[in-house]
Write a protein that binds this ligand. Structure first.
Ligand SMILES: *[C@@H]1O[C@H](CO)[C@@H](O)[C@H](O)[C@H]1NC(C)=O
Ligand SMILES: *[C@@H]1O[C@H](CO)[C@@H](O)[C@H](O)[C@H]1NC(C)=O
Ligand SMILES: *[C@@H]1O[C@H](CO)[C@@H](O)[C@H](O)[C@H]1NC(C)=O
Length: 506
């Protein structure tokens, strides 16, 4: 048996040495050897500690060199906080315009699902009659380009793009001279596509315009050049223009003179359906839907009624709320599709719950300012899924939105209006219509499809025949069931109302 441990070998060594000596000598030797062993042990112990100390130090030095290595590749400053600050300040205050290739006359960002954006980085001539924008490279460094673009952020839907005028962007000089020369850059976009439906007016128009102007132009210093610029659009949204630009807008459909700009952007950005995504904005104060709502409030709430469009426009008259103490419910009625067949019963139920109810309908002639006034004063709004619910943009944060969701339209209801309600800080209540509350109860085919749990509604509605089948169903609400939802809406609305009056008193 081999003894390897220290404690076991000491006695054998002692025995070998001790043999020729006397007992007294033996004792002295043993204690000396013991002392030597002790000193040796202590020595190794110290060596160990020193070695460990060095190892720890080396590890520390190595890890430190890694962090300096990785941070030196991104920034020269030391802490993440100072890095962030300098980066943002640089971006925001010295360069708002962000062309992907600023040395080229024209560069386009086409990587997005819904939009293309082209930057004309040099002086740009706009010839409206030829629907052409020319930005010439004086050094002839870049090869001549011709780019066709439909500046409407709905690239994913050809039906929309077909209804959008195409523009030609070129680096070839135009055969014209400037009739009007501007010192402000231009933003050219289309109010065509699906414009005309209020959801699309905002989703592909005003919200993308808000985003694009905010991202690229300081202090609304931009000239808006609009194509597919219909008269009704100019009249309907007359109050809004000055909140996006400090300059008069140019209707490029009617304009015949050539305009020259120091530079131009063609197209509008979008972050998705009814959203201003703060995570996609590289700035210290990213905008949200609350900022957009504030813009609308600013545009429609002020008392200067110098809007030529609607003050003289005898559109249909909207109801008004009394100054009574009950929570106010704006009841959105639809007349074309997805009609509420027992609207009167539903209205009564809402009143019985305690609401003051104003039933209203939105038509082409409805004044946006009046609509804002009605909805901004409400504590709750209810309506069947549809474009009219876009007017929740006019509601105050904390108010209640009830969306009545017909069969198989839940995915659309969620995408277009439910998520928007949350972004706007509204209290959202979803009322999903049951099969017995839908006109589809009589439709054998739809009934069969509806009952098939494996068929996701969005796929089902990818087929246009099915799309219309579901989008054109009418609804007859089970009033007893609906009243329970209205009670909940009432409680939330009342709480909101009380909070509002509390703030008003302070
Ligand atoms: C350019 O303008 C001139 C003078 O108006 C005209 O004669 C000529 O045909 C034009 N050229 C082109 C390419 O349009
Ligand atoms: C936009 O303009 C194009 C080309 O002029 C036209 O074909 C299209 O119908 C227009 N769309 C709308 C919605 O005005
Ligand atoms: C759409 O669905 C209907 C009903 O199932 C069917 O008759 C039609 O062929 C479908 N259309 C397409 C393009 O798939």
């Amino acid at each position: 048996m081999v003894h390897t441990s220290g404690a076991a070998t000491y006695p054998s060594v002692v025995m070998m040495i001790q043999a020729p000596y006397t007992q007294a000598m033996k004792k002295k030797k043993v204690s000396t050897i013991f002392a030597i062993s002790l000193v040796l042990l202590l020595f190794f112990y110290l060596v160990n500690i020193v070695a460990l100390f060095f190892l720890v130090n080396i590890a520390h030095v190595i890890s430190k060199s890694y962090t300096t290595l990785s941070s030196s590749t991104t920034t020269t400053t030391t802490t993440p906080d100072t890095y962030r600050q300098t980066y943002m300040e640089e971006k925001l205050w010295t360069r708002v315009w962000e062309s992907p290739e600023p040395s080229w006359s024209i560069t386009c960002d086409t990587a997005h699902f819904e939009y293309d954006l082209c930057y004309l980085n040099r002086p740009t001539v706009v010839d409206p009659t030829a629907a052409t924008l020319s930005s010439v490279d004086p050094t002839n460094m870049t090869p001549p380009t011709v780019i066709k673009i439909r500046p409407y952020p709905r690239k994913g839907q050809p039906e929309a793009m077909q209804k959008t005028k195409e523009l030609k962007l070129t680096t070839t000089p135009l055969n014209t001279t400037c009739a009007i020369t501007h010192t402000t850059p231009a933003l050219v976009f289309s109010a065509g596509g699906f414009t005309g439906n209020v959801f699309h007016d905002f989703n592909e128009g005003w919200i993308p315009l808000f985003l694009t102007v905010d991202e690229h132009f300081i202090d609304r210093d931009v000239i808006l050049g609009v194509i597919n610029c219909s008269d009704w659009w100019l009249i309907k949204y007359a109050e809004l223009f000055s909140h996006f630009t400090r300059h008069p807008i140019i209707n490029l459909d009617k304009e015949t003179a050539t305009h020259c700009f120091p530079s131009a952007i063609v197209g509008l950005k979008t972050h998705g359906v009814m959203i201003l995504d703060p995570t996609l904005q590289r700035r210290p104060h990213p905008k949200t839907m609350h900022d957009f709502r504030a813009l609308l409030a600013n545009a429609y709430n002020n008392n200067n009624n110098n809007n030529p469009g609607h003050s003289s426009h005898a559109g249909h008259v909207l109801p008004t709320f009394s100054s009574g103490p009950r929570p106010k419910l704006a009841f959105l009625s639809r007349q074309d599709t997805r009609r509420l067949q027992n609207a009167e019963e539903v209205r009564q139920a809402a009143e019985e719950v305690g609401f003051e109810v104003a039933v209203f309908e939105v038509t082409a002639g409805t004044s946006m300012r009046q609509l804002f006034k009605l909805i901004d004063r409400s504590h709750a709004m209810v309506g069947v899924h549809g474009a009219g619910l876009t007017h929740q943009l006019f509601m105050r944060p904390g108010a209640v939105l009830v969306q009545i969701v017909p069969i198989n339209t839940g995915w659309l209801a969620d995408m277009c209006y439910a998520k928007l309600a949350v972004r706007l800080g509204l209290e959202y209540i979803n009322y999903e219509v049951g099969i017995h509350e839908s006109s589809l109860e009589a439709d054998e085919f739809a009934l069969k499809e509806f009952l098939d749990p494996h068929d996701p509604a969005s796929t089902l509605m990818g087929n246009l025949t099915n799309w219309y089948r579901y989008m054109e169903q009418d609804v007859k609400i089970d009033v007893v069931r609906f009243k329970r939802y209205m009670k909940r809406a009432y409680e939330k609305a009342e709480m909101f109302m009380n909070k509002q009056s509390l703030y008003a008193d302070i």
